[in-house]
Design a protein around this ligand. Sequence first.
Ligand code: PTJ
Length: 261
Amino acid sequence: MVRIPDSHPRKKSLESRQKIVDGSSMGLLADSAMIAHGRGEAFDYLLGERTTESAREAIRESAARLGNARRPVISVNGNTTVLAGDGAIRLAAVLGCPIEVNLYYRTPSRVKGLISLLEELRLNVSQEAAPDGFYGDWKETVEGVSLLGESPNFKIEGLEGPRSNCTAEGIGGADTILVPLEDGDRCEALITLGKEVLVVDLNPLSRSARMASVTIVDEVSRAFEGILSCLLNDSEYRQAEWDNLKSLNGSLKEISNHFSV
Ligand code: PTJ
């Protein structure tokens, strides 16, 4: 792997690209994962590779909804696990919720491989210092995060094919789902089932961005860090009436402001 100097202005973006390349050669990702990543990169470039003001608001709102949820779950696919699996573990630890591997292009070997990667990340995260604002036994809390998805026993109603497979302990029984890089049909099916769907998607025009209860238009690892920080250090914020289309329009304005000359 090529070492990218710290002074490189796009170091983080190039490192993420490498994670996708490595995940792909390990057989963890869908064949089209690089296309999806490239689309995300293009939007991130347009957004200025930063968490914008409207994304910050959506992060606060999502954190409040996750904090109030009765049964939250974090749904991860291949790209999310490879790019931000460690962030998902930290969030699940603080929320006391499971992580479920749920794939659009589901194969048993990819699910198994992604769960093994998450197990490895769970071990690493359990050995880190606790994040600022966390009180308790970090190691024990992280070790308690359950990783679901290998043995589906539930189907998402209204969806066809293997992507409807999930677990009753996770997505099936959840009231609130944090789901980055979601597909529009599944987002719609989950909303129809009455669930709160919190999407992370760099494309404010995508169908899932438009279908979700709250959409965070931000890069997934930045979004996870932001939610974690809100959960631990922003307890004053209360869940609000949320106008998601207004927030998405805010993201579009931020893109055009960033590039106006
Ligand atoms: O692992 P699987 O089998 O579940 O497949 C995962 C992919 C992502 C390949 C699959 O869900 C897919 O094809 O997704 P789409 O329809 O290409 O949508 C991906 C969306 O995520 C696009 O709108 C991208 O802009 C956005 N995106 C890509 N990378 C990131 C991102 N959003 C946030 N952070 C990213 N790093």
